[in-house]
Ligand binder design. Sequence first.
Ligand code: PEP
Length: 249
Amino acid sequence: MRKPLMAGNWKLFKTAAETKDYFTRFLPMVAGSRHCEIAICPPFVNIPAAVEAAAGSNVGIGGQNVFWENQGAFTGEVSGPMLKACGAVWAIIGHSERRQYFGETDETVQRRTVAAIAAGLRPIVCVGEKLEERESGRTEAVLADQVAGGLAGLSAAGFAQVVIAYEPVWAIGTGKTATPEMAADAHRFIRGRVAGHFGAAAAAAVRILYGGSVKPDNVKGLMAQPEIDGALVGGASLDPAGFASIVNF
Ligand code: PEP
């Protein structure tokens, strides 16, 4: 039985003060939510504020990226051990906005994932097709390449730490959600590829989250699909009451 994970990706939103205020309002609304794990990934600079605000609660904090070297002359990067030392437990890797605007590739996704695992973080590795790829019938080929290129080189023990997020790029921040059936089809396909690389037991155990305009009013239908093991939520995670109602679907 896979325990759902409901994860919020705050993208480039909220100051430290807004972070503290969010947790003051959010934590009481999810304090009794034992049916799932809960993660929130603020911008790097607000991770300490989030960790402090969430201390002792059932909410884990994560980064939105992680570099593959631990330290060195890499201006602007943040490493796994640094995130871990701040109290982070999760790291989103390969988000489509990273792929689209910052040149992230399956190869860099794999390097970041290996580094996150080595640092003791739980990677949430994002995959998903663009609109033109879906429309030209290439969804499965794209997902297969992303799973192979981003994950297949991991050790079995390393892969056991991974959560996969299926995020069709055309559904992110657009208000267009994949139907629960479309999402479940993609999840089944991804699980099948995982089985090919890591075996049936690893495929049965890995959590695959859905992401793409998840809202309080559509989460229930998505979570009714046995293939969907949680959600990676962008815009709707910024509002404490909205994200709490997603968590408590
Ligand atoms: C995301 O940022 O991962 C995401 C799915 O965004 P949104 O929920 O806003 O579509």
